[in-house]
Design a protein around this ligand. Structure first.
Ligand code: BGC
Length: 909
């Protein structure tokens, strides 16, 4: 071979081998290496990593084994080479999975250029306890029969046991009625908080699984549990009542040990455990906080050799094992720590620390002093007009921590079965001078992976994005709550419904909502109605269903399907979805109007009174709202039936939708496109839910725009209209008005609270009025995510990242710019099920630069606004030469691309 040909071949080989095709980010049931799942045929997902444009998976091969070496004997499934471009949520189809078993898996792929990846790194999942009969432990009640009627001390329960052979592995399965913390040989087990989490306990109680191989030893061991009231029997709901689910705490704990010789041992809760209520946690409650007397600590209670003579025997209690489920949700954990930004005295003389951020969790206190000294921490979201500590908006929630020192040098304290929503902490009784190092804010929430970012040239909008994300952190604490501070903190269905799409951009909420949606189904009334809150702890005082709230049964699963491509979510929820629509159907009957269906209306819509230009209020007729949501949920049910191949249902609900729509038009819409309930929300719902004849849409949109203009570019919408408002404008040719609203700084608007110093989203547009006085203290949370639903428009319209096919298998990149330079740049990213999507634009001197990343194994349609195809450069080259697909749609260039990174540059038209 001639030397130059040889060199050329070596060069080419080098180039080819430098090109990578890898498989990464393996996950199972939306989780990384989950332990204790009870989905018998789990679904497996992976992402492709490729440095070549247009990468599409041609085929894949999965192998699953019970040993990490994938030896032939340990193999339980090999998919063989499957020709498919699917790389998310592929169902395991091997041998039946077994309780407690760990399954290792790998995947390799081929792309359409026949390039082959190596086997991926090994991931695993581990099954939980699949059969009720496999629970060998017994339910024990640690308390005495009388400990039931009010906040009571946490119980301690313990047991010593001997393991007489060398240990290969140990796992513990544990849950409680109440909340528990588990300890083994003096060490806390796991990092999860507020376990076992909140579900509809009567039908679903989660257990947790921890690998404790490192925590047990041959010889003597001790296991201990602390059990507090939790959601189970602490005060929860509106009526300040206790014992919603039951009045007796109970614990179930099963430690499974595998010895090196292959034999097994089980140590479970049973009648030999001992217990005391003489614990340092004198009370610990979700709303009210904790009283902790460190002098009462039982030193060594969770290690071998503790003298528990004075402890009483536990009682066995009968509870079913059939409601036990593996933890489907996302555990609550300590996520971050923040330090006070200042410590000061208020005008009233109270010592207060400002954490600089409205946060959820608690304060870790460091203190030294004499035994018996009492330090009290009270928590508040906001200071009043005069700068004084303000707690009236907490209603009955005390949010108060009382720590009594034991007097043994520096003491560090964190509470156990409670959390607080606060920015300011009032400190009383602190011995000596308090310094920032004495106080650390521990931020807790469900440990969801952050997957989204948004940024633009307007600092206030960036703060808004920050506030939206912090609203999500503070209110995704095992269930999606309305607020984290007052005596509520409930899974309000309407709030969750309006915010779920935004939530899905910021963080991976697939597992979080998978768990919660099953509780929606579990707590759904027998007539198909959906309670106001899930888990439904209001049913004794406030039973009912409201339009826009109950619709969570359809809107949330459908939304999750769009963003995560999870069809099973729809399959599992389908009976609940259908039951809800049938419930409305039974109420509306032949009239097709759902009279009385809206209890909350367009909750917290604009009402005049506090600004100097009082405009009319934003009221929307309740039956109108109910009927619009009836139509929308029927439409979503029809769509879902289509996706699931349920043809009969599809045609039945398509018909029903048309009937509702026809009646709706007759009842509420004039031939001039004016809507009887002439409010912004009325137009928004009609346009968003496609309830108007095509020819009336422009007129209806114009009425909406006129209304916004007549209010000097202000909105008047509440919980139901707000999430869709800007979408309706940008979908109907008025993006500019959307920007007017987004960038509006005066009340009512999204940026008004930002200008007032908000660090989270407020419940009300005017939580704090321009003169720094407050709205009604009876309902004025400063951490309520609902209005944060504008985040969805920022990602989807400002940055332009939109779902083309479920799960972003096909992506639409379609940023819509303001007509001027009110924003000079915007960029967003989302780590989708297929990988990182990025879209950013920047305008400078009449030129636009658009930077886009499309992940491997997806395709995208890119719409470049205000362009001329022939003027566009892509990575410096003329676009029309590089991409033959380019087409013009009015002043927008539309191109089809595959995966890769793209930079487009062009003069703005
Ligand atoms: C909650 C809401 C909820 C509303 C329904 C309030 O108390 O905080 O966010 O959706 O009640 O009326």
């Amino acid at each position: 071979m001639k030397p130059f040909i040889y060199l050329f071949l070596v060069f080419i080989a080098g180039v080819l081998s430098a090109q990578t095709l890898q498989v990464k980010d393996l996950s199972c049931e939306h989780k990384v290496n989950p332990v204790g799942i009870d989905v018998r045929q789990p679904r497996l997902s992976w992402k492709l990593n490729s440095d070549t444009r247009n990468t599409i998976q041609d085929s894949y091969e999965i192998r699953v084994a019970t040993k990490q070496d994938f030896s032939a004997q340990s193999l339980v499934w090999s998919s063989g080479k499957v020709k498919s471009s699917e790389s998310i949520l592929q169902i395991y189809k091997g041998k039946a999975t077994e309780s407690g078993k760990r399954y290792y898996w790998q995947v390799r792929v081929w792309d359409t250029n026949n390039k082959e990846s190596a086997w991926s790194e090994t991931a695993f999942w581990e099954m939980g306890i699949l059969l009720p009969t496999e629970w060998k432990a017994k339910w024990i009640a640690p308390g005495m029969p009388s400990d039931t009627l009010k906040a009571s001390p946490a119980s301690l329960a313990r047991k010593e046991f001997t393991l007489n052979k060398p240990i290969a592995s140990a796992k513990v399965y544990v849950t409680a009625y109440g909340m528990y913390e588990l300890y083994l040989n003096g060490q806390r087990v796991g990092q999860d908080l507020l376990t076992p989490g909140w579900t509809s306990y009567n039908s679903r109680l989660q257990y947790q699984v921890y690998d404790v191989t490192e925590q047990v030893r041959q010889g003597k061991n001790a296991v201990g549990a602390m059990i507090g009231d939790g959601w189970y029997r602490g005060t929860i709901g509106f009526d300040n009542s206790w014992n919603f689910y039951g009045n007796q705490l109970a614990l179930l704990c099963q430690l499974q040990i595998r010895y090196q010789d292959g034999s097994q041992a089980i140590v479970g809760t049973d009648e030999t455990w001992k217990s005391t209520q003489d614990s340092p946690v004198r009370s610990s409650e979700i709303y009210n906080g904790e009283v902790y007397d460190a002098r009462m600590e039982k030193k060594g209670w969770d290690v071998v050799g503790f003298n528990d003579k004075s402890w009483h025997k536990v009682r066995l209690v009968t509870h079913t094992f059939s409601n036990l489920i593996g933890s489907a949700g996302v555990p609550v954990r300590k996520i971050q720590e923040i330090k006070p930004t200042k410590i000061f005295r208020t005008p009233e003389g109270i010592l207060v620390a400002d954490m600089g951020q409205n946060m959820v969790g608690w304060i870790k206190l460091k203190v030294s002093g004499s035994a018996g000294t009492k330090v009290v921490l009270r928590h508040s979201e906001i200071l009043d007009k005069k700068g004084n500590f303000y707690t009236a908006n907490l209603r009955q929630a005390k949010q108060r921590i009382e720590y009594i020192l034991k007097g043994e040098g520096e003491e560090t304290f964190e509470p156990h079965f409670t959390f607080q929503g606060f920015r300011f902490v009032a400190i009383e009784g602190f011995p000596g001078e308090i310094k920032p190092e004495n106080l650390t804010g521990i931020v807790i929430h469900s440990d969801m992976k952050p997957i989204g970012t948004f940024e633009c040239s307007n600092a206030l909008v960036n703060q808004l994005q920050h506030n939206i994300q912090w609203g999500q952190k503070g209110n995704f604490v095992d269930v999606p709550t309305d607020c984290p501070q007052r005596d509520e903190r409930l899974g309000w269905t309407g709030d969750a419904q309006v915010f779920c799409r935004t939530a899905g951009f910021n963080m991976d909420v697939a597992a979080f909502f998978t768990k919660w949606m099953r509780d929606v189904a579990a707590d759904q009334y027998s007539d198909g109605g959906v309670p106001f809150v899930i888990p439904d702890v209001l049913k004794k005082v406030m039973k009912g269903t409201s339009a826009g709230w109950g619709d969570v049964a359809l809107i949330t699963p459908y939304t999750l399907y769009q963003i995560y491509g999870d069809k099973q979510m729809l399959e599992v929820q389908y009976p609940s979805m259908k039951a809800y629509v049938e419930y409305i159907h039974s109420k509306a009957g032949k009239s097709n109007i759902w009279r009385g269906g809206s209890v909350f209306g367009d909750w917290l819509f604009y009402r005049p009174g506090i600004n100097s230009h009082p405009e009319p209020d934003g009221y929307t007729n309740n039956d109108y709202i109910a009927t619009a949501f009836y139509a929308y949920s029927t439409h979503l049910l029809k769509e879902t039936a289509h996706i699931l191949g349920k043809q009969e249902d599809e045609s039945q609900y398509a018909k029903l939708f048309e009937q509702i729509r026809e009646t709706f038009i007759k009842e509420y819409v004039t031939p001039a496109g004016r809507i009887a309930s002439d409010s912004q929300t009325a137009y928004v719902l009609a346009l968003m839910f496609n309830l108007l004849p095509a020819d009336l849409k422009p007129m209806a949109t114009q009425h909406l725009v006129d209304d916004i203009k007549s209010r000097r570019n202000h909105l008047s919408t509440g919980f139901l209209g707000t999430p869709y408002l800007c979408h309706v404008l940008s979908d109907n040719g008025h993006t500019e008005v959307g920007y007017d609203l987004l960038l509006q700084e005066s009340y009512p608007s999204w940026l008004y609270p930002v200008k007032m110093g908000a660090t989270t989203i407020w419940e009300r547009w005017d939580g704090m009025k321009p003169d720094s006085t407050f709205q009604d203290e009876g309902m004025n949370s400063f951490n309520h995510y609902a209005y944060g639903a504008i985040g969805d428009w920022m990602y989807r319209v400002v940055a332009g990242i939109e779902v083309g096919k479920p799960g972003y298998k096909h992506i639409l990149i379609q940023p819509q710019l303001p007509s001027d330079d009110r924003l000079t740049y915007a960029k967003a990213s989302v780590n989708s099920p297929y990988g990182e999507i990025m879209s950013g634009w920047e305008q400078k001197n009449g030129q636009l630069k658009v930077t886009i990343t499309i992940p491997a194994n997806t395709t995208a349609t890119i719409r470049l606004p205000r362009s001329n195809a022939s003027d566009i450069k892509e990575n410096g080259q003329a676009l029309t030469a590089a991409n033959k697909s380019a087409k013009m749609d009015k002043d927008t260039t539309v191109i089809e691309v595959g995966s890769g990174q793209y930079i487009f540059d062009y003069p703005l038209k």
